[in-house]
Design a protein around this ligand. Sequence first.
Ligand SMILES: Cc1cc2nc3c(=O)[nH]c(=O)nc-3n(C[C@H](O)[C@H](O)[C@H](O)COP(=O)(O)OP(=O)(O)OC[C@H]3O[C@@H](n4cnc5c(N)ncnc54)[C@H](O)[C@@H]3O)c2cc1C
Length: 434
Amino acid sequence: MTAQISTPVYDIAVVGAGPAGMTAALLLAKTGYRTVLVAPGANLDDGRTTALLQSSAQIYEGIGLWEAISAHTAPLRRMRMIDGTGRLIRAPEVTFDSAELELDAFGYNILNKDLNKVLDEAVSAEPALERIAAFAGSYDFAEDQVTIALEDGQAITAKLCVAADGRRSPAREAAGIDVKSWSYPQTAIVLNLEHDQPHQDTSNEFHTPTGPFTLVPLPGNKSSLVCVVKPDDAEPLLAMAEEALALELERRAHSILGKMKLASKPQSFPLSGLTANALVGPRLALIGEAAHVFPPIGAQGLNLGLRDVASLVGIVGSQVHKKTGFETASAKDPGTAVVLKAYEKDRWQDINSRTAAVDALNRSLLTDFLPVQVVRSAGLYLANRIGPLRRYLMREGIAPQSKRPGLPLPVPGALPKPRLPTLPKLPRLSPRQR
Ligand SMILES: Cc1cc2nc3c(=O)[nH]c(=O)nc-3n(C[C@H](O)[C@H](O)[C@H](O)COP(=O)(O)OP(=O)(O)OC[C@H]3O[C@@H](n4cnc5c(N)ncnc54)[C@H](O)[C@@H]3O)c2cc1C
């Protein structure tokens, strides 16, 4: 007679060890539900960076990780937008300053590999969280539970599966949730640079006819670059020798940070967007890029994903159960239709408005349609002149007013506010430089 192997039973199974999945697993484990993270190791080689906006910093402060994370970050205190389109109608240069909102910084830029390392170590050190280092293979969604067959031959069951398995999300596909997806005629070249001049905690975003060229501060005299170009123009840039590429990027940056040197290998990402048609299915919630993907403009992608996490944790967690008056019975089952619908309702507006805003901003740069250029320029002109409008835009850029994280999170400790020097004026560009 063969021994019966029992299937481990969990309240919540989080699938995927990207930053959204690891953060969700850590927070959900702390709510008291029996939680497991199903994923092979975190990506400790990701050379991209993420500007963690205030709302994301608050999440990590709330779980005691901010000190470890912030040791690897550079504050983003000013955002300067420069019209480099060279078009007839050009927007004025606009600088947003976090001091105007009485914030230490808009956000904090970190290499993804450093963020993933801190989160990975926190996952290993969290006694309330189990981890199974395997890929999820297939899913059987039933009314009262989901059974997940793992690629190592094991199986587990859970009352709720949180899919944090990225843009291709096998869990989303297994649940039969369709997506709306689209692509842009653009490729992002991403790399990190060392430079002669200090960045003064300022991100510089040149709006060019093919998309943004954005330099975001990293610790020291370093910045991360997202350079959006036409796909055909990406290949020759990627084929350049390091010194030639550094010189070309310095030219495109109008030498505002002085001489440049490559600090990482360039990577390229074709730009695309995706929105899942539903954020939940029976016993399933989608978070992060499993639910939404958009171009790397305005540091929104992961920040939006972390707001998914905060919302889901708030709704399944006991604190919010009390606040919203869920019955005790539903608090014991984190995957009921009531809980999942509440999550979906809470997230739609934020996801749709962010996706639409990033899409519109990106397309407004690409278009040659004069009225759109006028509206874009007028918007930036007004933002430059009208303080309340500028402050509204800055607040909304960090996180919509209505969607600050729903967790009882402390605001990051008051950091000393440095006095920032005045930014040097850019030299007037000759047509050849543009
Ligand atoms: C060039 C670029 C720059 C960006 N800059 C910013 C920025 O400044 N700010 C910002 O907020 N966002 C930014 N983003 C977006 C951000 O990088 C993404 O939103 C974020 O990485 C998505 O995290 P995630 O955890 O949802 O998914 P991922 O990081 O894709 O993680 C998914 C994980 O799931 C795992 N997985 C997949 N299938 C399975 C399975 N079957 N079983 C188990 N595990 C599985 C994968 O191995 C992976 O580890 C940028 C994106 C790009 C392309």
